[in-house]
Design a protein around this ligand. Structure first.
Ligand code: HEM
Length: 306
């Protein structure tokens, strides 16, 4: 019997197939160079070094949710935005976000069961609707994420979508006060969605091409926001959306300046891990959050061997 992390990656492989040298999820992506500039409110909420200023260098990787690296960009699916901040002391910290407002399950064990239920039937290549239906009947908390994924609009651009990091993190101020909040990455120009006819006419890699063209005209900007929870908002349940009326703190802006080619070459391994946090940011007891580094390590081992 393999461990939980292996089982999580095996579950992704069963849904998406095994693809050499590719991430087990979010296999197709575009790496970009970026700069993060914090606001004064960011340093009041958290003493983390990148919130203190001055601006820091960052990488942003946009991705499609699938573990298939050749998936056409118009496929209905979540999109990812992962940000790596290069800290003044030489360390790094990551934010890893997707376009769904909530995650599929509360626990890694339920995620394994969900991936089992949606495994494509070898005869049809499609998931068995009865199995997925039975899972959802037992797990009503999974319905919002599944609905959001299968009705996901086709984006005009990776840079014109809103991304959510889903887990709550504790933001620790210089006086040790801790407030829990959730990150949202909001595009400056709003969301841009294609209609069905426009989507049907797009080439397989249009999102990369669009980003390259867009950045030739100047940086693409995102706001980094933290939505603060109240005592009523669970900090360990990524399937539960928090009410939209919660206080939002603008932490800074991310300016994406161009495609980047300075990482992931010549044996360099780039991995974005949401539990890699500096002093000033704390993890919650969210079981999905805590299961991620183990699964990401297994994916890294598999994509860098053979
Ligand atoms: C237990 C739950 C989860 C599992 C097992 C899982 C699994 C994975 C794996 C195996 C990878 C590839 C890692 C690599 O090879 O570098 C990955 C990447 C990714 N995951 Fe997850 N994931 C989980 C939860 C989440 C959640 C909650 C989010 C969003 C908040 C998320 C967003 C992403 C994104 C955006 C990437 C791509 C990162 C990049 O560009 O390198 N995942 N995930």
């Amino acid at each position: 019997m393999s461990g939980l992390s292996e089982q999580l990656v095996d579950g992704l492989n069963a849904s998406y197939g095994v693809h050499a040298r590719s991430r087990a999820a979010h296999a197709k992506g575009v790496l970009c160079a970026a700069t993060f500039t914090p606001t004064a409110s960011a340093s009041a909420l958290s003493r983390a070094p990148h919130f203190a200023g001055p601006p820091v260098r960052a990488h942003v990787r946009f991705s499609n949710g699938s573990g298939n690296p050749t998936v056409p960009d118009s496929t209905r699916d979540a999109r990812g935005m992962a940000v790596k901040f290069y800290l003044p002391d030489g360390g790094t910290t990551d934010i890893v976000a997707i376009t769904l407002p909530v995650f599929f399950t509360r626990t890694p064990e339920d995620l394994i069961a969900f991936n089992q239920a949606r495994r494509p039937d070898p005869a049809t290549g499609e998931p068995d609707a009865a199995k997925v239906g039975a899972f959802l009947a037992e797990h009503p908390e999974s319905v919002p994420a599944v609905t959001a994924a299968i009705t996901h609009p086709t984006p005009a651009s990776y840079a014109a979508l809103t991304y959510h990091a889903l887990h709550a993190f504790g933001f620790v101020a210089s006086d040790d006060t801790v407030r829990y909040g959730r990150y949202h990455l909001v595009p400056d120009g709003g969301e841009e969605i294609l209609d069905e006819e426009e989507a049907a006419g797009k080439p397989a890699d249009y999102l990369r091409d669009e980003l390259n063209d867009r950045l030739a005209g100047g940086p693409a900007r995102f706001a980094l926001d933290v939505q603060l929870g109240t005592a009523d908002d669970p900090i360990d349940d990524p399937t539960a959306e928090w009410p939209p009326d919660r206080e939002v703190v603008r932490m800074g802006t991310i300016d994406i300046t161009g495609l980047a080619f300075d990482r992931e070459g010549e044996g360099d391994v780039l991995v974005f891990d949401p539990t890699r946090v500096p002093d000033g940011i704390r993890l919650s007891d969210d079981k999905i959050l805590l299961a991620r580094p183990g699964a990401y390590s297994v994916s890294v081992t598999r994509r860098t061997s053979g």
